[in-house]
Design a protein around this ligand. Structure first.
Ligand code: ADP
Length: 360
């Protein structure tokens, strides 16, 4: 197949709504749109983030070095359960570098042609953020390899005898990928990221700090014990801490004088059926399904999902990570099992031979 080279890509255009493509220039980054309430609480700079200290220290060094050498920042992959700050970090990085930013979702990039506008319109040194990058089909992944490595893409025009491949250079860009399932990312794609950072659940102290800071942003009076209570019941996850804080604040305004005390926080969270460990109705139903319907397990996640009438991905991505981390359930080669701590938490009698997990 003959090859040609196009010297420059098409000029940057505005958002392509049909693909859900969102483009932000460096000057727009101080006021990124999105969910307004979420935006108000999202840390804008890396230094504003609470916790994840090792990750942010490594990022600061990479950013500093890229700035000092006037080089492009290498591609970065963030992985970890939902709500831990992957998108927040990905948005803070272009702000720190003073460069433009585009957001894409792996689920929406189902063919190479879906990715082309992002790549050809990427401004020099800008960031392309692909959320849920594990959902890219293999053909799209392969199309990305030369873009990540050499900042070029091969586009095939026509077919059969008339097919020809055009080699198109791209402006250098930084790809930031985020995933809740690092294990689903193929090794060749994973290896093309210069930095791979795993985000862990937050400690109680970190979450309490996030709640206290965000209460201040929301102009809400809150007692330190109430911050800790909300933190304890947020499953190690800032997004949940923010949601719980907003609910507790609404409850305090509606039922009391607007001030959040420990007893107000407790009553509000009880009303949402959030228990002492922070589990909600769905988490407990998952544990109960395995404990009672499947006699404690082992049972495959598909069977549990089917019984609960939920997609297995919801259980794997959103429900299981914290329950595994809390030692309420374990994963074995034959499936999931509820641990004795899981039975105790549900208030059920522990059977003869329950699975052993570690509570933290
Ligand atoms: P993810 O992309 O991992 O699902 P996000 O980055 O969207 O998670 O984070 C969810 C919300 O949690 C953000 O809007 C932000 O308000 C809050 N958040 C996340 N990480 C932090 C942090 N380190 N410090 C303070 N707030 C945070």
């Amino acid at each position: 197949m003959p090859r040609e080279t196009i010297v420059s890509g098409p000029p940057a255009d505005d958002d392509d709504q049909s693909l859900g493509r969102r483009v932000y220039h460096a000057s727009d980054l101080e006021a990124l749109p999105g969910d307004e309430a979420d935006h108000a609480l999202r840390p804008q700079r890396i230094r504003d983030m609470v916790g994840q200290g090792e990750v942010t220290a490594r990022l600061e060094i990479a950013l500093d070095a890229a700035r000092k050498r006037s080089e492009i920042l290498g591609h970065i992959l963030f992985d970890g359960p939902p709500g831990l700050g992957k998108t927040t970090l990905a948005m803070a990085i272009p702000r720190e570098m003073g460069v433009g930013f585009q957001i894409a979702s792996g689920a929406a990039l189902q063919a190479p042609k879906d990715l082309v506008p992002y790549l050809t319109n990427a401004e020099e040194n800008s960031v392309l953020f692909i959320d849920e990058i594990h959902r890219l089909p293999k053909v799209v992944e392969e199309f990305l390899y030369p873009a990540m490595e050499d900042f070029r893409i091969d586009i095939t025009l026509g077919d059969g005898m008339n097919a020809r491949t055009i080699n198109m250079p791209l402006r250098p860009f930084t790809l930031i990928g985020a995933t809740t399932r690092a294990g689903l990312i193929s090794a060749p794609l994973r290896d093309r990221f210069v930095m791979r950072e795993h985000l862990e659940f937050y400690t109680l102290e970190e979450l309490a700090e996030i709640v206290a800071r965000n209460a201040r942003k929301l102009n809400t009076e809150i007692a330190p014990e109430a911050c800790r209570e909300i933190a304890t019941r947020s499953r190690g996850t800032p997004r949940l801490a923010n949601n719980r804080l907003r609910w507790v604040r609404d409850y305090a305004t509606s039922k009391h004088d607007g001030n959040v005390t420990l007893s107000v926080a407790d009553a509000a969270l009880k009303m949402q059926a959030i228990d002492k460990l922070g589990l909600d109705g769905q988490d407990r139903k998952y544990l109960l399904t395995i404990a009672q319907t499947f006699h404690g397990g082992p049972v495959g996640v598909e069977a549990v999902a089917h019984t609960m009438n939920l997609p297995p991905d919801t259980l794997v991505d959103e429900v299981e990570p914290f329950l595994l981390r809390a030692g309420l359930v374990i994963r074995t080669p034959r499936g999931r099992k509820v641990t004795s701590a899981g039975y105790v938490h549900l208030g059920l009698e522990v059977p003869e031979e329950p699975a052993q997990g570690n509570l933290f």
